[in-house]
Ligand binder design. Structure first.
Ligand code: ADP
Length: 441
């Protein structure tokens, strides 16, 4: 019924009670033997408590103290807990060691930052790429990576994107630094050496720029000759007229391609220049005016300007992006459809452009790829239109240079909406910092 240790404990109690009873009988005094029995019982427990404390404080966890009665079980249970904890500790240490050796072997610099941006741990690559030494533990990372770009990035707390900096060890090494928050107030700083990648990107973009540039002059000459021959007014057999028309069409297409490639390389390689107030309502008005003239069989184009405010940015870049979106909507929407261009302040405090059409729409699987260079949706309807497939890539670049991004929503058979929103700090208020005349909706 009772566990073994309780039986031993009760036997011990019974033994002192009997001994006390015997003494009481012999002496005729009850109080003294009862007191003695209690004292013996208490002393036994005090002895074991003292032994337990000594064992916990100084004793070996692997050596179980000898106990009797309930103490035997208490010692055993504590011994088991200590043994389990020891195993767990060993396992954790092993895992920690494995984590350290694997992160130490990482080619990317990895630094653990504490809540005050102080360095808590770093790997070998961090020594090589960031110049961090053992003595720098506890130092603020900002004291070692003195790039203003990095400091701004660290302070702003929005760690979605990586930031590019030059290595503090040598200015020949380019680094992409990413911060990953984790745990309670800890952050992991990961710096990747992207020197080679940047070099390859530069070679590719220089190559495209050079080829496009070299093609531009011969193409202009060719186009000039074809146009002259086509408009010569001389009677020409229909067969040749058709050939010249096709040649003119195709040289125009090539010229568009070359211009598109040149714009893209310029957007990639030239840092954004000085931004000035841009009168977006007037710009949209002009773009819509031109878009209506593109084709006699264009869909209805509605321009809704709900604010006279504009943007602070680059006029030619914004013109190119907005015109690509509007021309696409007109181009891909059938004549009986409708395109709405809406410029307004949205409820999030941003200023937004929505270009909505009732065209064929785009299947969901194409949406993430639309801004890739030369990506065109391979539908029957899409093929009717000649295009370079560079328009939306240009839009994406321009928007990112203006702190915005392209949002696309589309339902096949119903239409698409291409939008972009600009932060409050990009807004140029009409009548304050820009010379815009007020524009009605
Ligand atoms: P393109 O010169 O071919 O128009 P873009 O980069 O501007 O190149 O567009 C990429 C592709 O996205 C287009 O080929 C077309 O298939 C699709 N697209 C763009 N805008 C629309 C739209 N408003 N409606 C339907 N499809 C569109």
């Amino acid at each position: 019924m009772f566990a073994g240790f309780w039986r031993a404990e009760l036997t011990f109690i019974l033994f002192i009670l009997l001994a006390g009873g015997l003494v009481a009988k012999l002496t005729g005094n009850v109080i003294l033997p009862a007191f003695l029995a209690l004292a013996v019982y208490l002393l036994r427990h005090l002895f074991h408590i003292n032994r337990l404390l000594n064992w916990l404080r100084f004793g070996k966890a692997s050596r179980l103290p000898v106990g009797d009665g309930v103490w035997e079980d208490i010692y055993y249970l504590i011994f088991r807990i200590r043994r389990r904890n020891r195993r767990r500790k060993k396992l954790l240490l092993k895992m920690l060691e494995r984590f350290r050796t694997s992160t130490a072997a990482l080619p990317d610099a990895t630094v653990v930052l504490g809540s005050r941006d102080q360095i808590e741990w770093f790997n070998e690559a961090a020594e090589r790429l960031l110049g961090i030494r053992r003595g720098d533990i506890g130092q603020n990372i900002g004291n070692l990576l003195r790039s203003p770009r990095f400091t701004r990035h660290l302070r702003q707390g929005d760690y979605l994107n990586a930031v590019s900096i030059v290595s503090p060890v040598t200015d020949r090494v380019q680094l992409d630094v990413r911060i990953v928050p984790y745990g309670d107030d800890l952050r992991l700083l990961v710096a990747q050496d992207v020197t080679q990648l940047r070099f390859m990107e530069r070679v590719r973009s220089d190559f495209i720029a050079n080829v496009s540039h070299e093609l531009r002059t011969p193409l202009t000459v060719l186009k000039g000759y074809v146009e002259t021959l086509n408009d010569a007014g001389e009677p020409m057999p229909d067969k040749y007229r058709q050939m010249f028309s096709r040649m003119e069409e195709q040289t125009s297409r090539m010229q568009n391609l070359v211009d598109g490639l040149l714009s893209l390389t310029r957007l990639e390689s030239v840092s954004p220049g000085v931004h000035a107030p841009v009168n977006v309502p007037a710009m949209l008005d002009a773009i819509c005016h031109d878009a209506r003239l593109l084709d006699e069989r264009s869909p209805e184009l509605i321009l809704a300007l709900d604010t006279p405010d504009g943007l602070v940015g680059s006029d030619p870049e914004l013109h190119s992006a907005f015109s690509n979106l509007i021309v696409n909507a007109v181009k891909y929407t059938p004549p009986e459809g409708q395109v709405t261009v809406h410029w307004f302040h949205d409820p999030d405090g941003k200023i937004r452009l929505d270009v909505r059409d009732s065209g064929p729409g785009i299947a969901a699987e194409h949406l993430p790829r639309l801004t890739e260079r030369f990506y065109r949706v391979n539908s029957e309807k899409g093929r009717r239109h000649t295009g370079s497939g560079l328009g939306l890539a240009i839009v994406k670049h321009v928007l990112s240079r203006h702190g915005s991004e392209l949002e696309i929503s589309s339902t096949p058979g119903q239409g698409s909406c291409f939008s972009c929103a600009f932060n409050d700090n990009r807004i140029s208020r009409a009548g304050t910092d820009s010379p815009h005349p007020p524009v009605g909706g």
